[in-house]
Design a protein. Structure first.
Length: 125
């Protein structure tokens, strides 16, 4: 789980660009993986080093301007097999104009060559 979206909101409220976020996840990289008593001091040292590294990286961050460009909601799906057909349907349902390209004269790929499918034993066509 990442907390970055929460921090992005805090940065936005403070008027700081989102690209100035540098996240050091010591919980995942130190606390959870180094729980044994005999290595806790080493885990603490590792956490301190990760924080120092994050601070060093954060000092080098620069704001990069965001450019907004118009898009044409169109998609090209290459291959009329089951995956291509599913992708074309999903894209069409999402509002995209879809162009489906298949090199053979029929669509359906290998699936169209099968008589029945597992587990329902339905006709594949």
């Amino acid at each position: 789980m990442t907390h970055e979206p929460v921090f992005h909101g805090i940065l936005k409220e403070a008027g700081i660009p989102q690209r100035y976020l540098e996240f050091s996840n010591i919980r995942e990289h130190c606390s959870y993986v180094h729980q044994a008593r005999e290595i806790r001091d080493k885990a603490t040292f590792k956490a301190i080093e990760l924080i120092k590294a994050g601070i060093s990286r954060a000092q080098l961050l620069e704001d990069i301007p965001t450019k907004t460009v118009p898009i044409n909601p169109t998609a090209l799906v290459i291959g009329g097999g089951i995956a291509g057909l599913s992708a074309a349907i999903d894209l069409g349902d999402a509002g995209y104009k879809v162009f489906l390209v298949e090199k053979k004269t029929t669509i359906g790929g290998r699936m169209s060559q099968l008589d029945r499918t597992f587990p329902t034993d339905d006709c594949s066509i």
